[in-house]
Design a protein around this ligand. Structure first.
Ligand SMILES: [Zn+2]
Length: 424
């Protein structure tokens, strides 16, 4: 199948123009970027991506509708769908009904394919079997005491998590598992798959990738939780055609994932995105990274808990979930603590917005449980400090915990299904 000019322009529109704009709006710079991208990928790979996305969003769908929706030629669609069926990713489904003529066969993604997803946190791990459509087939949580950094102890806990995860995978014998995705709050060098940085816990003490591979006997993809959420939203979620996205993961710390002009920004050794550690107020508290007053010491879940303890001395709550429960039950001090944390989150976001100009800011974290309360705070602050009339759309990832698990699954899908080393 030859690369066709029509396809090229479809791809330009799809990747670079906001929906609703036509190709006249594509700038010379964008076409140059496209040529660079197109020269490093085959046209069929690009068309395959477009078709997979379109099937995912519209399944079950006929080949004729796929051709119409994508602008690809019917023959191109048939050949690629044939390959996807041969590879087992797509299934020919039920026969459709038309008023006249041949009845079309609808195709859909083969949801027998699944991924074992693990989300490693400092004091617990969530894991789930996730199918190719992002559906969580089952999930479990393994809690453990906060780790102190003793290598042997860390290894023992990881072993426990891996064994539980293996048991969960074994409970789904009817599925084809394509690999294991791991989402973590640290930074991972994708060349070595080693954790380069982990501020709020001890996971960097051991080679998580190697240890998990030894127990789970499967390909492992490990990445930062915010980056993973970007992959998840691209495949399962609500990013649409946005090519400039800032994903902000708010948990024990703050990490960001950056999609810049359609490319995931990795930086040196995979360290890009650690805005949680930008100096915010050096008279502030000590941070897990060793510096004082980083942004995350003011705007993370830990900060929210600290604010509550300042307001209610002697309080016995220890987890952010307890703080959220109190706020949802109408506890005034809990709401004040969360408002303060979100105010600081908003302040930091205005700096990132000025520097990065994202179209979408995606918030991932437990705090999104209070979205109706926090989103107006974030939006009004961004509007107040905006340099132009255009401000980014602020959206919450679908459920904090689930978003990180879907992210972990998307890491694997991205490698095996889209055959991509990086998000594009
Ligand atoms: Zn720090």
């Amino acid at each position: 199948m030859e690369f066709q000019r029509g396809n090229l322009f479809y791809f330009v529109r799809k990747r670079f123009a906001p929906s609703g704009e036509n190709e006249k709006n594509v700038t010379t710079r964008q076409v140059k970027t496209l040529r660079r991208v197109a020269s490093s990928e085959t046209a069929r790979e690009i068309n395959r991506d477009i078709l997979l996305q379109t099937i995912h969003r519209n399944q079950p769908v006929s080949r004729a509708d796929l051709a119409r929706m994508t602008g690809l030629q019917a023959s191109t669609v048939s050949v690629i769908i044939g390959h996807l069926i041969d590879e087992g990713w797509v299934l020919p489904g039920v026969l459709g009904r038309l008023p006249r003529g041949r009845r079309p066969t609808f195709v859909r993604l083969n949801d027998k394919h699944a991924i074992l997803a693990i989300d490693l946190r400092p004091d617990h791990a969530n894991f789930a079997a996730v199918d190719i459509n992002g559906k969580l087939l089952s999930r479990k949580t393994e809690a453990f005491p906060p780790l102190k950094g003793n290598k042997g102890e860390v290894r023992k806990i990881l072993l426990r998590v891996a064994q539980q995860a293996r048991a969960l995978r074994a409970a789904h014998k009817d599925r084809i598992f394509d690999g294991v995705g791991v989402s973590i709050s640290g930074r991972v060098d994708q060349k070595t798959q080693k954790l380069q940085f982990y501020a709020n816990g001890p996971w960097a003490q051991i080679d998580v990738h190697k240890e998990l591979r030894a127990i789970l006997q499967s390909p492992i993809e490990i990445d930062n939780a915010a980056n993973a959420s970007l992959f998840a939203e691209r495949w399962f979620g609500q990013l649409g055609d946005a090519t400039n996205v800032l994903a902000v993961s708010v948990s024990e710390g703050i990490g960001t994932g950056l999609l810049v002009d359609g490319q995931l920004l990795r930086g040196r050794d995979g360290m890009a995105g650690e805005f949680g550690h930008m100096p915010f107020d050096e008279s502030g508290p000590m941070c897990g990274c060793g510096n004082k007053g980083c942004w995350e010491t003011f705007a993370s879940n830990r900060a929210g808990l600290r604010y509550y303890r300042q307001l209610v001395p002697g309080s016995r709550i220890t987890t952010y979930q307890e703080l959220l429960d109190l706020a949802q039950a109408g506890d005034l001090q809990a709401m004040r603590a969360i408002d303060r944390m979100i105010g600081k989150l908003a302040e930091g976001l205005t700096m990132l917005n000025a520097g990065l100009a994202p179209e979408v800011i995606l918030i991932v974290g437990d705090c999104t449980a209070l979205w109706s309360r926090i989103s107006p705070v974030l939006e009004s602050k961004l509007i107040e400090k905006s340099l132009t009339v255009r401000t980014p759309r602020v959206v919450a990832a679908t459920e904090g915990d689930t978003a990180r698990l879907r992210g972990a699954a998307a890491l694997v899908l991205h490698k095996v299904l889209f055959r991509r080393a990086e998000l594009k």
